[in-house]
Design a binder for this molecule. Structure first.
Ligand code: PLP
Length: 368
């Protein structure tokens, strides 16, 4: 009897291949563009779907990691990273603050509730604080008029390391024609006039598009994964390399007659006698269900078009330009040769969401 050794190698299931050297190339781009800034690599949400631990290893030359959640920070400490790790969403409860201090995780302080918790909690060691100012995004951060009084309260707090650092977040850095970014920068500078401390403003959009936002620390996320933050550009336009290539295989190729309808809802009709391929990937793998007919797909490296509705485990493609395609042939859904931005645009979303949305049944492989 033949032994079955590794299911991952024998099945045609979807694969997300992560090119770790692309991550390193993209980090070099950050350093080229913002040479005077330290880098906080943002690796929240499982490193935008790429795998936190592998990505952190590949990017271990950075000065700090940014994560959203306590668990993400603890996991990084747990495998021995000694860099600064910043909890970008801060903490809410006493217990979270105690754990952050225990694991030496820096916290973003953005709300008076947190000041109360800080003043009211005994900690085994003091924590690093990033003080967040709301300069116009109106999500997290202290209003500029509250900053002076709040800093006075923090100054007497014995559980935090001084000097504290200052940050804000840009709401529109991904749009180079949007003047509110300059307004946010001006308000940040006005609010901190005469106040000493390191500063951080720039996300990927800031790094690439707004040099005056670079300051002491930049906080790139999406560009590290090779994707442009700008809606009218792709990563390649910014000399970035895609880190993730999502692929699958053709699992069937069939001849259909003119007028035959394909997929759920019978939404697409063959315009002539033609061959249609079925690819083993669907929304159960994180391929967007809203990707319409005409969304590009690479079959054996050549562009063909998705047809009909995306199902949970399959999509169908128009193989008229690929008469020799056969089951087992490789299909690329995004990544090398097909920017995820293009698929996101077709599906009415952004590359960020597609990358984060790759599900756990997709096998991840890594290469240097
Ligand atoms: C997610 C995040 C970033 C990174 O944003 P990108 O657009 O992916 O570069 C930076 N700063 C904060 C506070 C974030 O939450």
């Amino acid at each position: 009897m033949t032994q079955v050794s590794s299911v991952q190698q024998i099945t045609a299931r979807a694969q997300a291949h992560i090119d770790l050297s692309a991550l390193q190339h993209n980090l070099q781009r950050v350093k080229q563009i913002a040479p005077d800034s330290r880098v906080m690599a943002v690796i929240k949400s499982n490193a935008y779907g790429h795998g936190t631990l592998q990505v952190a290893r590949a990017l271990s030359a950075v000065d700090a990691f940014g994560v959203a959640l306590l668990d993400e920070g603890i996991a990084l400490r747990g495998i021995g990273f000694s860099q600064e790790i910043v909890l970008l969403s801060g903490f809410v409860t006493k217990e979270e603050l105690v754990a952050a201090a225990h694991y030496e995780l820096s916290v973003v302080v953005h709300n008076t509730h947190q000041i109360d918790v800080l003043l009211d909690t005994e900690l085994e060691q003091s924590v690093n604080v990033w003080f967040k100012i709301d300069t116009g995004m109106h999500r997290l951060g202290f209003a500029p008029e509250m900053v002076e009084d709040t800093l006075k309260k923090l100054a007497i707090c014995k559980h935090i390391k001084h000097p504290i650092r200052f940050m804000t977040h840009l709401a529109n850095a991904d749009d180079q024609n949007n003047s509110t970014t300059n307004e946010q920068l001006a308000l940040f500078d006005k609010t901190l006039d005469g106040i000493k401390g390191e500063q951080s403003i720039a996300n990927s959009g800031g790094v690439l598009g707004w040099p005056t936002s670079h300051r002491d620390w930049v906080r790139p996320g999406i560009m590290l994964y090779g994707v442009s933050p700008f809606n009218n550009q792709t990563g390649i336009d910014n000399d970035l390399k895609p880190a993730m290539t999502l692929s699958a295989r053709l699992i069937a190729v069939s001849q259909h007659k003119k007028g035959d309808k394909v997929g759920y809802g019978s939404t697409w009709e063959c315009p002539e006698d033609m061959s249609v391929g079925v690819v083993g990937i669907g929304y159960g793998d994180g391929y967007p269900r809203h990707a319409p007919t005409d969304t590009p797909v690479l079959v054996n490296g050549k562009r063909v078009s998705l047809v009909g509705r995306v199902s949970m485990d399959m999509i169908c493609v128009d193989l008229r330009s690929q008469p020799d395609a056969k089951p087992g042939d490789k299909v690329v859904l995004w990544g090398e040769g097909l920017p995820v931005d293009e698929i996101a645009d077709k599906a009415g979303t952004i590359g960020y969401e597609l990358l984060c949305g790759v599900t756990t049944r997709v096998n991840k492989t890594y290469s240097e």
